[in-house]
Design a protein around this ligand. Structure first.
Ligand code: FMN
Length: 381
């Protein structure tokens, strides 16, 4: 079973991720991991840290000569700013500089402090922070390489930033090229300009914002996941992973909450047959009964506004319980484009996991053999 663990604090020495369950013989490119890490760092509205950071992955184990060995793969992402944090974050050297006393509403600070008995909220925020998502992006970028020979690809874009919606059609040719060039990952240039103006405005007001991201997985064969048991349902596993991303407060598949507003015939995707089965629409977002149905998998997630506000909200100082404003830690104002890359990565991980569960094999050649047999069988169904 494909799984991963991450370790590391936001200003710690490095982030580490260990991925277990990759079959042997998968061609691994470190450039492809770094490409995704770079995408995660971009976007209009990011904080000062992005100027210092240029994340690069180092593979410590499990890959030899560009191919996976079948053993656990460890990846390290160094903190390029470590020399400025060693005294504050070192395992043995840490001092009490940069103590955080005033918990930020909307962040993990207060409840995390109560739970783990940390009176310095830095001990909480260092791990709760979305810096950890760099490790998850590395894991997703690594494992999705196993799906490349099967023609499965993952795309993402931003649908909304605060008040501004991108209404461009994802099916337009060059939509995703425009997205890759857009500072807000929109397909429509006019809407992108409005979104940037909106970010400028909230920044000037000391505010922050959230938005909606959409992920599309193409080429996923019918039959990943299962209807037979709750924890094998692909939609459930995707929703769990996406909801675990920092600041995500809603997850939808296909038509999502919209299914509750219209009658059945406008929701359910009619079936046709022409050299195989397909659907006339894709309101289900590619998953029915907890299984991929062969249509593109479409996942949307809502990100709440960033909790750190430069015009901070009211809170209470832990030392004397006096009224105070929240601590301001260097922060993004808008991280929705980065969030799209993170959600894309966790969706890629879940789909790769479901793929390797279905076509299980110790080496990728065995996976491919089983895949071919299965695809041949369902093509004649
Ligand atoms: C890509 C990304 C970047 C983020 N950047 C920040 C940030 O700079 N400052 C901040 O306060 N929160 C940031 N967040 C959100 C917090 O990490 C998150 O709100 C917090 O950990 C509390 O968790 P919850 O919102 O899931 O309840 C970011 C989230 C993501 C996905």
């Amino acid at each position: 079973m494909l799984r991963y663990f991450t370790a590391g604090e936001t200003h710690g020495k490095c982030l580490t991720v260990i991925v277990e369950g990759m079959p042997s013989g998968v061609k691994i490119s470190i450039d492809k991991i770094n490409e995704q890490l770079k995408r995660r760092q971009k976007g209009y509205g990011r904080g000062g840290r992005m100027a210092i950071e240029s994340d690069t992955a180092e593979i410590l184990s499990g890959v030899r000569g560009g191919f996976s060995l079948g053993s656990p793969i460890a990846i390290k992402i160094e903190n390029k700013d470590w020399q400025n944090w060693e005294k504050i974050m070192g395992a043995e050297t840490a001092n009490s500089e940069r103590t955080v006393d005033c918990p930020r509403p909307g962040h993990a600070d207060l409840t995390g402090g109560m739970k783990y008995n940390h009176k310095d909220f830095r001990n909480v925020l260092e791990r709760a922070s979305a810096r950890e998502t760099a490790a998850r992006v590395a894991a997703g970028a690594l494992v999705r390489q196993a799906l490349e020979p099967f023609g499965i690809e993952f795309l993402s874009h931003v649908k909304r930033i605060g008040e501004v919606e991108d209404t461009a059609d994802v099916n337009e040719t060059d939509f995703f090229e425009r997205v890759s060039e857009s500072p807000v990952s929109f397909g429509d240039e006019t809407a992108a300009k409005q979104a940037m103006e909106y970010i400028d405005k909230i920044k000037a007001d000391g505010e922050s914002c959230g938005g909606v991201v959409e992920i599309i997985a193409k080429g996923v064969p019918a039959g990943l996941g299962s209807y037979v048991h709750y924890d094998r349902k692909l939609d459930a596993n995707i929703a769990f992973s996406v909801m675990s991303v920092q600041a995500i407060k809603g997850v939808e598949l296909g038509m999502g909450f919209g299914v509750s507003e219209v009658s059945g015939s406008r929701v359910h995707d009619e079936i046709k047959y022409k050299n195989g089965f397909s659907r006339m629409t894709n309101n289900a977002g590619g998953i029915e009964g907890g299984m991929s149905n062969g249509e593109p998998i479409v996942v949307r997630a809502a990100m709440k506004p960033i909790p750190t506000l430069y015009n901070p909200l009211r809170t209470v100082n832990i030392k004397d319980k006096s009224e105070h404003t929240a601590t301001v830690e260097r922060s993004d104002v808008c991280a929705v484009p980065a969030c799209a890359v993170v959600v894309e990565s966790v969706v890629a991980f879940e789909i790769t996991k479901a793929f390797l569960d279905k076509f299980s094999g110790d080496c990728i050649d065995d996976v491919k053999s089983y895949y071919d047999v299965y695809m041949e069988r369902i093509s004649k169904f």
